[in-house]
Design a protein around this ligand. Structure first.
Ligand code: ZN
Length: 183
């Protein structure tokens, strides 16, 4: 279980207020390099992968600060064995500070998906994957990875393609809607 994780960024986008839950999260995900004492004060941008994804968060942070808003961004944080439906709550805290809370809404088991297994070797192929909804772009359409892998024949390959984090059109629209409707 990922549960819920609270932290903040200051007016310069530096990580702050990493509480007890943060270290638990780092340990549970086998990522001691993310321990609070190592990452506090670092720019959040080093932890958000993909230029398109960073651009979406840049706009959302800008909106939250400018409008003193509180918004909830739906996203998936899947693992090889779980679908995880999450939401990221962003709320303005004054002086450019943003309180961030990631909340697990629903978790469902899935058949082990090697595409999401960091220990598995990769082929030369590259598969665009949306940072928010975790769908992948294969044969011109966005679909759940299980569907895409079956359709392309990659499901049977020992080495799945390498994923590249992007933002699909649907999630671009979702993010645009979030930074407009809360005025
Ligand atoms: Zn998406």
């Amino acid at each position: 279980m990922l549960g819920s994780l609270s932290y903040a960024i200051d007016g310069s986008d530096l990580l702050a207020d990493l509480g007890v839950g943060w270290d638990e999260f780092a340990l549970r995900n086998d990522a001691p390099e993310l321990a609070a004492e190592r990452v506090v004060g670092l720019p959040i941008w080093g932890f958000i992968h993909g230029e398109e994804t960073r651009e979406v968060y840049r706009r959302l942070f800008e909106w939250v600060r400018a409008s003193d808003a509180r918004i909830a961004v739906p996203f998936r944080c899947d693992s090889p064995d779980l679908f995880r439906f999450m939401r990221l709550e962003l709320s303005a805290g004054g002086d450019g500070r943003i309180a961030i809370q990631s909340v697990l809404e629903l978790e469902k088991p899935r058949r082990h998906l090697s595409l999401l297994d960091r220990a598995v070797g990769r082929s030369e192929e590259e598969l665009p994957a949306c940072s928010f909804c975790k769908r992948v772009l294969a044969q011109g359409r966005w679909s759940e990875p299980e569907v895409a892998l079956a359709a392309t024949g990659w499901a049977a390959c020992a080495h799945p393609p390498l994923t590249r984090e992007v933002v699909c059109e649907q999630c671009q629209l979702m993010a645009k809607g979030l930074s407009r409707s809360e005025a």
